[in-house]
Design a protein around this ligand. Structure first.
Ligand SMILES: Cc1ncc(COP(=O)(O)O)c(C=O)c1O
Length: 393
């Protein structure tokens, strides 16, 4: 009888992938499914980035690269951070990784152990909690509340810190809520962290280029007072529609960098070489592709929000970032997960139940509007038909 270590009894999943599989299975049976479940841009990667990847392969970049990433990409990341956040980082503190997820995996492995507490947003990206539990650390959810615009509350977050807290995970703009934490709140949070010098911070800024209505994204990198304990997570997946290329990067404080490098050497060795060259083209190339994508998301956002607010029992705040709407469905009488499941099975619309992002997600569902206007309209019409006719089961 094979026996794997008990930690695997605690590791979780990302339900978006199960919903994707179920939606695919229904479609294979001939059902017409509109998938607003999965969180990835529906646009192709911009052509100049694709070309750079192809050119890299033609130019013979077929071998291993340094585990930390090729120097040209690490320098491009430093330039991107200077351009967007007006902060200087050394390319020597940049680690290139196969996707944004890998940075959180490494950071949580570094700080998680039995007896340690790790704070993470709830509702939030499900992998935070899954990895915290895997390490045996205690997950401490930081409630992300609709009444607070789905922003972090500095006071509420700081009040959860104990002598056992080792890591605080922040995410703005946020999945699944689309919330953006305002600068004043981040100022207050960082000021409060001065009293807790042993708490590391992981700032997941994978949606950092994705805000609307002129809303500013405040990077945690802009606070020199916590730079010696800040892990910055970013990547190409969302900004450049590159989810399948697997390209992320992080900035580490000096004392942690070597540990992260060793994790890379012990796991993936390096990110595939051609993808890294494509990453340089993404960061150093024209950025109008990002603006165009955001303009498209913005138009869809307007349709999604007004469409959702017109549904019986549903109310939806206008998300300020990312490409998710997180409507409050408690007025429908349905439990959120039952509603998401019935919408998929009976109405052919894939969404994700809020509780898949944590206990504070009850009463909400997540819709990704990274989909065509046509599909969004069809989904809303189906949801209306469903909610008008079907009583909660
Ligand atoms: C908040 C957040 N962080 C990180 C990631 C992971 O991104 P990647 O696909 O680059 O691993 C996602 C993906 O959905 C996300 O929503």
């Amino acid at each position: 009888m094979l026996q794997i270590v008990p930690a695997f009894g605690r590791i979780g999943e990302e339900n978006a992938f199960s919903v994707l599989a179920r939606a695919g299975a229904l479609a294979a049976q001939g059902r017409d499914i509109v998938n607003l479940g999965i969180g990835q841009p529906d646009m192709p990667t911009p052509p100049h980035i694709v070309e750079a990847g192809i050119r890299a392969l033609r130019d013979g970049h077929h071998g291993y690269t340094p585990a930390v990433g090729i120097p040209g990409l690490r320098e491009a990341v430093a330039r991107d951070i200077l351009r967007r956040h007006r902060v200087e980082v050394s390319p020597d503190s940049v680690l290139v990784v196969p996707g944004g997820k890998v940075t959180m995996f490494m950071a949580i492995l570094m700080f998680g152990e039995p007896g340690a507490e790790i704070l993470y947003p709830d509702p939030g990206f499900p992998i935070y909690r899954s990895m915290i539990e895997f390490t045996g650390a205690t997950p401490v959810p930081v409630p992300i509340r609709e009444g607070n615009g789905f922003a972090f509350s500095a006071a509420e977050t700081l009040a959860l810190i104990t002598p056992r807290t080792r890591l605080l995970i922040l995410n703005s703009p946020a999945n699944p809520t689309g919330g953006v934490t305002p600068k004043a709140e981040i100022d207050a949070l960082v000021a409060g962290l001065a009293a807790h010098p042993d708490v590391a911070v992981l700032s997941d800024e994978i949606y950092g280029t994705m805000t609307y209505d002129g809303e500013a994204h405040t990077s945690l990198l802009a606070y020199p007072e916590i730079r010696d304990r800040l892990i910055y997570l970013d990547g190409a997946s969302k900004t450049y529609a590159m989810t399948g290329w697997r390209l992320g990067w992080s900035v580490w404080p000096q004392p942690l960098y070597d540990a992260a490098r060793k994790l890379a050497v012990n796991s993936h060795s390096c990110v595939n070489a051609a993808t890294q060259y494509a990453g340089i083209a993404a960061l150093d190339g024209p950025q109008d592709c990002v603006a165009e994508m955001m303009a498209a998301f913005d138009r869809r956002r307007a349709i999604v929000v007004s469409g959702l607010n017109a549904l019986p029992g549903v109310s939806c705040r206008t998300p300020k970032g990312a490409f998710y709407a997180f409507p409050n469905v408690s007025g429908t009488g349905w439990r959120a997960k039952a509603l998401a499941s019935a919408l998929l099975e009976e109405a052919g619309v894939a969404t994700i139940g809020g509780p898949d992002f944590g206990v504070h997600g009850e009463g909400y569902i997540r819709l990704s509007y990274a989909n065509s206007m046509d599909n969004i309209r069809r989904a809303l019409a189906r949801m209306r038909g469903f909610l008008e006719e079907r009583k909660p089961g």
